[in-house]
Design a protein around this ligand. Structure first.
Ligand SMILES: Cc1cc2nc3c(=O)[nH]c(=O)nc-3n(C[C@H](O)[C@H](O)[C@H](O)COP(=O)(O)OP(=O)(O)OC[C@H]3O[C@@H](n4cnc5c(N)ncnc54)[C@H](O)[C@@H]3O)c2cc1C
Length: 386
């Protein structure tokens, strides 16, 4: 057995270069942008291209870098450590680009992929609906085919970056020539007539807007079909494992930032004539945080490595990594806040934002309850769902 979680020299150089850029150019923007609800600036998103964070996972033939998930995840954790909203904008645009690259026609790729990979355009991924969340296959938004193309009617809910995106991939219910119902994937223009996006107020990540997307007789050209009609759900499913692994690394990055803040504060804050980090009960919180960060790191890399090797247990490991790290980050952020005492409850220190920014991670990309059922199914061979 080989157990080696050390990054190679190239990965270390990529991580350190990104960290230097983030600390210098990005970190100074975060508090003000988040406090005022200003979107992540587009030039910052575009700058991430140079670090492989736009299309890095795509093959070189499509303008990507064929990056392994172990490298991509390392970089994603760095971004999340500094600005989770930026991480989310990148992940969602990459997801839309990956779906397009997976099964879009060459003409569709030529027209839209370069814009997504340069951040000239942002793309969203519209699957969830008001009545369809965990039961994602049961899509209600409908698309009908006529001589000119497709006509979409319905509503998508909790769609990340929809208020600021330019285009998106949407999963719709369709009926095949044989009368059978299925799911199809269409590329839509966010500014097309009939598309209406309403931003949703939320708890954290104020620089990465979330929205509801209403489709009212929205016309989409026939060539915007991605993959085969009625077989589109397989495309959504294909990216679930990678998405969960990316969420795990995002949680890891926020957990690292929380731990760093707690250690800094515990060494600087003095009570009873000593730094509070000298007290054993504070040390216990630091030790718990460190252990949770380390177990999160190990599971995230295990999942990434399984994806890179296309290993048979990749789905299991991605679900475990997603569930563990997104639960762990909440405990880490909560303890970091406690270490700060009253200061932690103010917005003058970063730890309350870490907690708010991490809170959605156990819900998005398949809730942690759904992950638990997927994990248990591996041992039991019994599905709780169908
Ligand atoms: C910040 C954020 C960003 C998001 N971005 C996107 C996006 O870009 N695109 C997109 O398509 N979606 C997105 N989502 C939606 C997300 O994928 C859904 O919220 C998630 O799948 C859960 O669906 P739901 O909210 O409808 O909850 P529900 O499915 O209604 O679940 C509610 C509760 O019931 C539990 N539950 C449901 N079914 C079961 C079961 N069978 N057994 C046990 N427990 C169960 C859940 O775990 C949860 O605790 C985002 C969500 C958030 C919060």
């Amino acid at each position: 057995m080989t157990v080696d979680f050390r990054l190679d020299a190239e990965q270390i150089a990529a991580r350190d270069g990104l960290r230097r850029y983030l600390e210098k150019e990005v970190a100074p923007l975060v508090d003000d942008h988040e406090a005022r609800g200003l979107d992540v600036p587009r030039p910052i998103v575009a700058a991430m291209r140079d670090f492989g964070l736009l299309g890095g996972l795509l093959p070189e033939s499509l303008g990507g870098l064929s990056m392994p998930m172990t490298t991509y995840g390392t970089l994603i954790a760095e971004v999340a450590r500094v600005w989770p909203s930026l991480r989310s904008v990148l992940s969602i645009t990459n997801l839309a680009a990956s779906v397009l690259a997976e099964a879009g026609s060459p003409a569709l790729l030529e027209r839209h992929l370069p814009g997504l990979l340069s951040a000239e355009k942002l793309g969203c991924f519209a699957l969830s609906e008001p009545d369809i969340g965990s039961d994602a296959a049961n899509i209600q938004t409908r698309a009908t085919r006529d001589a000119q193309g497709w006509v979409i009617n319905g509503r998508k809910l909790y769609i990340s970056i929809s208020p600021i995106c330019d285009l998106g991939v949407v999963f719709v219910s369709t009926t095949g020539d044989d009368g059978r119902k299925g799911v199809s994937c269409l590329l839509f223009d966010r500014h097309a007539p009939g598309v209406q996006v309403t931003a949703l107020p939320k708890m954290g990540m104020h620089s990465c807007p979330l929205g509801e997307v209403l489709f009212e007789d929205v016309r989409v050209p026939a060539e915007n079909l991605i993959g085969q009609a009625n077989k589109g759900f397989a495309i959504a499913k294909k990216y679930l494992n990678a998405g969960r692994c990316v969420v795990a690394f995002s949680a890891l990055g926020i957990a690292e930032a929380s731990l760093e803040a707690a250690v800094r504060f515990a060494t600087e804050r003095v009570q009873f004539g000593k730094p509070i980090g000298s007290f054993q009960l504070v040390q216990q919180m630091i030790a718990d945080m460190m252990t949770l960060v380390e177990t999160s790191r190990l599971l995230s890399y295990r999942a990434a490595d399984a994806l890179d090797r296309d290993a048979p247990d990749q789905q299991l490991l991605c679900s475990m990594a997603k569930r563990h790290t997104t639960d762990a980050v909440l405990r880490v952020a909560e303890m970091a806040l406690q270490v700060h005492g009253g200061a932690g409850y103010t917005t003058l220190f970063p730890v309350e934002r870490h907690y708010r920014d991490a809170r959605h991670l156990s819900i998005a990309e398949g809730t942690n309850q759904i992950q638990s059922m997927l994990i248990a199914q591996h041992a039991l061979g019994l599905s709780a769902l169908r």
